[in-house]
Design a protein around this ligand. Structure first.
Ligand code: FDA
Ligand code: NAD
Length: 426
């Protein structure tokens, strides 16, 4: 049994939704495009899962956050795919790929062939078992990657109001889930190996601001340690977490956010890999000219930093997806992708944005005892990265523009004196 399409997208997350939108904008014909997704729902804005989806009051639910509402464009509910003649094959995992024959084999036994393939398989949450621990299957241990995880998290939260939650990991999931758990009135302790939260991006000074804000909401931090084991009750539920050199914490629930791995294994040995993902060029094209990769799974040349990077953020997923479609449908008119990395987060009443690269020396600015402050990163004499908490749309545009220009910085103390005004002056 088999079907043939001109364009196939494997994976049905953020990048798939934005790619579909771009295909339609560029005039794909009915029956030409197919999306195969392991998830049972049409592509949605994944960032909602750690924010609005977990709100105790009026939580966000599908269909409200299907792609492409994240960029204020039309919302692609399942009906939209039907109307445009796009085949949406949901709840179906692709179990193998043959790039030489241009075919995919699904877990339901169907062979699907393509002329062009877009790999948008994203990433999976790393499990405790991969660090030699166990307990991921316990009923009150939660991860957060997809809708099923989010539903489970909501149910577990509701089962222990006023209880104790331990969040393992001080990255994005750790920070955003902690805020949501607090809003749901749980007592939260965050545990992570680094000296401060969001160590991938934050400087110690920036982290201190967020940690103090979290502490003001009752959150406790145990840093510089890791989980060594769980205690279980006779139902198999976790009752305590044991930490290396830091004792035992009694818990009602646990949330784990210890990083991800790109879903690239279908193409291992068939496509060139880099940084754990599929290596692509500035057209998002892999080492096989019919296969493109986008989103979390793609390692692409980021011109502005002069390196190949794999970015794990939604803006990059949306834009790499659109660029791949442009490269496929209008190859003559589409140049190399020129992307300024952009990350953001929203927790409690706080909201920050970051542009560029957090390399080199840091100059902080603004009022760290108030509600708006930021930082610039200066590498090899140029401004390469900017962070701002509590800005307006215009403020964020100003730091994005300043970072994109990569101005030469001769005097760090002068930059510090000018602070945010430096970005405005460009
Ligand atoms: P994504 O993970 O969205 O989609 C991959 C899809 O492929 C899934 O549908 C999966 O089921 C499917 N798939 C995988 N293997 C398959 C196979 N073999 N066969 C069929 N289907 C397969 N970023 C940000 O910038 N700001 C934010 O606030 C947040 N917030 C946030 C919250 C949470 C809870 C998460 C988990 C992530 C974020 N992110 C974020 C990150 C952002 O969501 C992420 O970068 C994008 O979702 C990546 O989009 P992709 O389409 O690449 O993968
Ligand atoms: P992450 O890479 O942001 O953080 C992982 C954290 O795990 C580290 O900071 C560290 O504290 C911790 N850790 C690592 N090994 C550990 C160990 N052995 N024991 C205990 N802790 C350990 O990953 P994440 O927070 O799991 O997020 C998953 C993905 O979702 C990432 O790709 C992230 O970019 C994405 N995400 C992004 C946003 C956003 O951009 N606002 C929000 C949520 C999720």
């Amino acid at each position: 049994m088999g079907r043939a399409f001109v364009y196939v997208i494997v994976g049905g997350g953020v990048a798939a939704g934005y790619a579909a939108h771009e295909f339609v904008k560029r005039g794909v014909s009915r029956g030409e495009l197919c999306i195969i997704s392991e998830e049972t729902v049409a592509p949605y804005e994944r960032p909602a899962l750690s924010k609005g989806y977990l709100f105790p009051e009026a939580p966000a639910r599908l269909p409200s956050f299907h792609c492409c509402v994240g960029t204020n464009e039309e919302r692609l509910a399942p009906k939209w795919y039907k109307e445009h003649g796009i085949e949406l094959i949901l709840g179906t995992r692709v179990k193998s790929a043959d790039v030489r024959r241009k075919t995919l084999l699904t877990a339901t036994g169907e062979t699907i062939s393509y002329k062009y393939l877009i790999v948008a398989t994203g990433a999976r949450a790393l499990k405790l078992e991969e660090f030699g621990l166990n307990g991921s299957d316990a009923a009150n241990v939660c991860y957060l990657r997809d809708l099923a995880d989010a539903d489970r998290l909501v149910n577990v939260m509701k089962s222990c109001p006023g209880g104790n939650a331990v969040v393992i990991g001080g990255g994005y999931i750790g920070m955003e889930c902690t805020a949501s758990l607090v809003l749901n009135k749980l007592n939260v302790t965050m545990v992570f190996p680094e000296a401060h939260c969001l160590a991938r991006l934050f400087t110690p000074k920036i982290a201190k601001y967020y940690e103090e804000f979290y502490q003001s909401k009752g959150v406790k931090f145990i840093k510089g340690t890791v989980l060594t084991s769980f205690d279980f009750n006779s139902d198999g539920k976790v009752t305590a977490v044991n930490l290396r050199n830091s004792g035992k914490l009694l818990v009602d629930m646990v949330v784990i956010g210890i990083g991800i791995r790109p879903n690239a294994s279908l193409f291992e040995g068939q496509l060139t890999m880099e940084k754990g993902g599929i290596k692509v060029n500035g057209k998002m094209q892999s080492s096989n000219s019919s296969v493109f990769a986008v989103g979390d799974v793609a390692a692409f040349p980021v011109k502005v930093v002069g390196e190949t990077r794999r970015l794990e953020h939604v803006d990059s997923a949306r834009k790499t997806a659109r660029h791949a479609v442009a490269s496929i449908m209008e190859p003559g008119k589409t140049g190399d992708f020129d992307y300024l990395p952009f990350f953001y987060s929203r927790v409690f009443t706080l909201s920050w944005q970051f542009y560029g690269d957090n390399a080199g020396e840091v100059v902080h600015f603004g009022d760290f005892s108030g509600s708006s402050f930021g930082a610039y990163w200066i590498h090899k004499g140029h401004l390469v990265g900017s962070f701002l908490e509590g800005g307006t749309k215009e403020h964020y545009e100003a730091i994005a523009w300043a970072t994109r220009l990569k101005p030469e910085i001769k005097d760090l103390s002068e930059l510090e004196r000018q602070g945010f005004d430096f970005a405005l002056s460009l």
